[in-house]
Design a binder for this molecule. Structure first.
Ligand SMILES: *[C@@H]1O[C@H](CO)[C@@H](O)[C@H](O)[C@H]1NC(C)=O
Ligand SMILES: *[C@@H]1O[C@H](CO)[C@@H](O)[C@H](O)[C@H]1NC(C)=O
Ligand SMILES: *[C@@H]1O[C@H](CO)[C@@H](O)[C@H](O)[C@H]1NC(C)=O
Ligand SMILES: *[C@@H]1O[C@H](CO)[C@@H](O)[C@H](O)[C@H]1NC(C)=O
Ligand SMILES: *[C@@H]1O[C@H](CO)[C@@H](O)[C@H](O)[C@H]1NC(C)=O
Length: 248
């Protein structure tokens, strides 16, 4: 089961929207009552009617199309593409949809003679989140790390937020943006993480900061310097010994 709703936020946003439209004589009634519900592909979601009294007759619609219909004392009729994919609670009217797909995304509406107004739901279906990409560069003694969403992922990118795990003091800036700045003098052996999240899912990638700065070749340079030095010392020692041998 993967379901969440944010009716408060949606109502607030729509409330502001409707205030603007008020004088344009656009009916906001149907907009303002839609509850946001989120689901994940292949998982299930339940629309709760929150009905306090038993429901006599039931009609669920997806946009203009019927999903399931039940008259009092009759069997329920389920319409494609929802056959074998829903569970209807005939007491409360709650509707569960299984094996969600992106095409299930729509406005849903519950109607019954047992309730005064219909109840509307707005369903958003997410694809599983990919691992975020991380790349970094060193600019002006500052390591800049950028967290991204792979381009092939197209499901509601605008609903994704970023967060970072960074155990260093210099990480405070931009913790909620896709870019993190870390001063180079920090302990670059530390690992940082970027997490992308939507209303239901999250996914994390990590990076060791040292991989962002050019490799330190100084040890190799010492070796390169040391080899000719050693050769010269050996030659001097050998020549000295040779001359001492000839002088005897
Ligand atoms: C959903 O299930 C179908 C069939 O089991 C599978 O082919 C598909 O990869 C699944 N999709 C996701 C996003 O899990
Ligand atoms: C739903 O998915 C499950 C497992 O992913 C599968 O066993 C089942 O047959 C699917 N049902 C429908 C109606 O597609
Ligand atoms: C990360 O890669 C993208 C695309 O290659 C590039 O535009 C961006 O500047 C890079 N960011 C950093 C911090 O290196
Ligand atoms: C680096 O710092 C110098 C001096 O503070 C500034 O002029 C320059 O624009 C900076 N470069 C970048 C890429 O930020
Ligand atoms: C990521 O999701 C898991 C459950 O799937 C949750 O326990 C965890 O707190 C989430 N992490 C973030 C950073 O949202």
């Amino acid at each position: 089961m993967a379901a969440a709703s944010a009716p408060g936020l949606a109502a607030g946003v729509l409330g502001a929207f409707c205030l603007v439209l008020w004088f344009d004589v656009i009916s906001c009634e149907q907009l303002s009552s839609a509850q946001s519900v989120f689901g994940v592909v292949n998982k299930s979601v339940t629309f709760l009617t929150a009905s306090s009294t038993p429901i006599k007759d039931i009609l669920w619609k997806k946009g203009k199309d019927k999903v399931v219909e039940k008259e009092e004392n009759l069997d329920e009729s389920v319409y494609p593409p929802f056959r074998e994919r829903i569970l209807l609670n005939i007491v409360t009217g709650d509707l569960t949809i299984f094996n969600l797909s992106s095409s299930d995304e729509d406005e849903y509406e519950f109607e019954s003679t047992s309730i005064k107004d219909s109840i509307k739901f707005s369903l958003t279906v997410f694809e599983p989140l990919p691992s975020p990409t991380l790349n970094c560069t060193l600019i002006n003694e500052t390591v800049i790390v950028q967290c991204g969403i792979p381009e092939v992922y197209s499901s509601h990118r605008d609903l994704i937020t970023y967060s970072w795990y960074c155990p260093l003091a210099g990480c405070e800036d931009g913790l909620e943006s896709s870019i993190l700045h870390v001063k180079k003098e920090n302990d670059l052996s530390q690992e940082i993480q970027c997490t992308i999240s939507n209303a239901l899912l999250n996914s994390t990638s990590s990076l060791v900061l040292r991989t962002c700065v050019p490799a330190d070749h100084s040890r190799h340079r010492y070796v390169l310097l040391a080899v000719p030095l050693l050769v010269i010392v050996l030659i001097v020692v050998f020549l000295g010994a040779f001359q001492r041998w000839r002088a005897e």
